[in-house]
Write a protein that binds this ligand. Sequence first.
Ligand code: PEP
Ligand code: MN
Length: 334
Amino acid sequence: MITVLKSSATKEQRDHLISWLEGQGLQVHVSEGKEYTILGLVGDTGHIDVELLESLAIVESVKRVSEPFKKVNRKFHPLDTVVTVGGASVGGGSFAVIAGPRAVESREQITAVAAAVKDAGASLLRGSAFRPRTSPYDLQVIHAEGLEYLLEAKKATGLPIVVELADMKDFDLLAEVDVVQVGSRNMQNYEMLRALGHTDKPILLRRGLAGSINDLLMSAEYLLAGGNANVILCERGIRTFETYTKNTLDLSAVPVLKQLTHLPVIVDPSHATGRADLVPSMALAAAACGADGLMIEVHNDPLHAQCDGAQSLTPPQFAQLMERVRRVREAVQS
Ligand code: PEP
Ligand code: MN
């Protein structure tokens, strides 16, 4: 349920109402806008007398929220959430590009890619050191060294890093990692989401292969319900009958999510298409349709990449794409 307060409401009146609502067993989520203050009420609101609430002098309006997601709902929190990591911001009008290889393969590889993507204007560096793979026979992980090389690259470039967490038992190893990625296969790992919700680590939550928009928002709700509001959503393609591309990029999810939630939404055209030749067009389309950023796979030697070389751009291709993205952003903003 949402209660919109009049701008004339004093802090004292507001606090009085909040403590009354809390006394009714509700959690009150306060969102202050320029004109109005919005109280998002979470819990069993069935026993609340809407007419009574509406009759209070400081109350502008009361609405029941029909969606099952509450804290991620834009109705609860009309202003965009901005997730700040290191010097980078995701959401709220800034455009963040996360770039790097699918997997960290060697010190030389990650160091070279990190320097190149930074030069081209990326604001965060990605690289998996712990990765769930579809086949148990595929290259699995290079754990500790992978992470160590990423941290060296972070130090050398100043870029905050995004690393996937495959198992909660490894969480403590990610103390110096700036953003923890929850992969598609873990989008509905509720135990992991619940545990991450109790941390203050920024989370990049990727849409599951068969996850609906509602499923994605409900997974994000787990994180926010635990108290962690530093959440970035990532559309990375979903499974459909189409086999020409690795997944089907659901770009309409971007404007839909932007309507439904205040959380930032980024797009990963590399995993979505699985093909480097399609990455630029889909990246430009994502920038045009209102995404808050991109995640792009970049490898210094895609032909010899240990995994996902086919979907990786080379550093020069990435630099060229960044320039085109900048122009598309300029065009759609004007
Ligand atoms: C990845 O980003 O490397 C990854 C494994 O993505 P997803 O979980 O979306 O497949
Ligand atoms: Mn993947």
